[in-house]
Design a binder for this molecule. Structure first.
Ligand code: SF4
Length: 323
């Protein structure tokens, strides 16, 4: 995950909840992708350091367990860039230019100057991130599938040319509920249309009040269309026990949108309260996060170092004398 901003409800349903479950089934590596963050935030790079601690506090509060999983910062394991170098040699430009997410990001991040050599090579660094740990599966959303396919192509090329070092990673597709932002667009850090996991109850109340609702319901006495309303969708995902009730309120024009959103705000604040309490403990004891990240770095470095030795050997590059 790139530390470019505060985490929001979309991250919780789109990634974190799934990661928490995966910890019991797989040996997991969770990486703070600060080099990836630098690619888009290089003009405002100070934010990255701050967001690393902020995001990791959210991960831990959401249930990522350092006893079960390796949590580390990408830039503290230099082998990521070493392997990226090797993979970049094997990657024709056409593979990168074809990547649909590259084009999408160029459109989405119009305010940044990301038409750079590094940004085009983003999926090559991702391939290195995955392969350094000889990952067998990668939890991805459908939109990330082309990136993973590119990783698989790089792996095939490497293994075919030199030696069978890497397994071909498979996607672990998880169905995640589609959560829209407050304004009805995709929930995104760049649109600023989200409820952060760390938002105070007053902020949550204010944000839910501004949510986009069923545009066909003009007066309180008009029956609404809850299945087309993002407020109802949000209840469905986070407060499922209220789903039927809200549906009934809306269909029968029993409750107005203002009240419906006010109740949602209260429910969300309550829902986030235990996560925020744990988060506060980490925020107040930053050394705990530092220890977790240092432990994770050492674990990750062991695996990454061993893989890079094999890579150098397979290609015929001298081993690094400092390792
Ligand atoms: Fe949406 Fe609630 Fe208004 Fe119905 S009552 S349109 S669910 S905000």
């Amino acid at each position: 995950m790139r530390p470019t901003g505060r985490l929001h409800l979309g991250h919780l349903v789109g990634a974190l909840n799934n990661w928490v479950k995966l910890q019991d089934e797989y040996e997991c590596f969770f990486m703070v992708a600060d080099w990836h963050a630098l690619m888009s935030e290089y003009e405002n790079s100070k934010i990255i350091k701050e967001m690393i601690f902020d995001n990791v506090a959210d991960w831990l509060a959401a249930g990522i367990d350092p006893q079960k999983s390796t949590i580390f910062i990408q830039s503290q394991v230099p082998e990521h860039l070493e392997l990226e170098m090797v993979f970049s040699v094997l990657t024709p430009l056409g593979w990168l230019e074809r990547c649909p997410t590259y084009k999408e990001q160029m459109r989405e991040l119009k305010d940044r100057h990301i038409s750079t050599y590094a940004f085009l090579g983003y999926p090559v660094l991702q391939a290195a991130d995955i392969c350094l740990y000889k990952s067998l599966v990668v939890p991805v959303g459908e939109d990330q599938l082309p990136h993973l396919e590119l990783t698989r192509e790089i792996v095939r090329k490497f293994n075919g040319l030199y030696k069978e070092v890497f397994p071909e990673p498979r996607p672990l597709l998880t169905k995640v509920p589609r959560l829209l932002g407050l304004d009805g667009r995709k929930m995104s850090k760049s649109y600023g249309n989200f409820i952060a996991l760390s938002d105070a109850p007053e902020t949550i109340m204010k944000k839910t009040q501004g949510m986009f609702t069923d545009p066909k319901r003009i007066r309180k006495t008009d029956p609404g269309h809850p299945d087309e309303c993002n407020v109802h969708r949000t209840y469905e995902i986070f407060i499922p026990e209220m789903k039927e009730k809200v549906h009934h309120w809306c269909k029968n024009a029993e409750v107005g949108c203002t009240e419906c959103k006010k109740t949602l705000g209260e429910c969300l604040a309550k829902f986030l309260s235990p996560i925020q309490e744990k988060r506060r403990d980490y925020a107040e004891n930053k050394h705990k996060i530092e220890q977790i990240l240092e432990y994770g770095r050492a674990q990750a470095a062991k695996v990454a170092g061993a893989t890079m030795k094999e890579v150098r050997d397979a290609i015929g590059i001298l081993p690094c004398p400092t390792k």
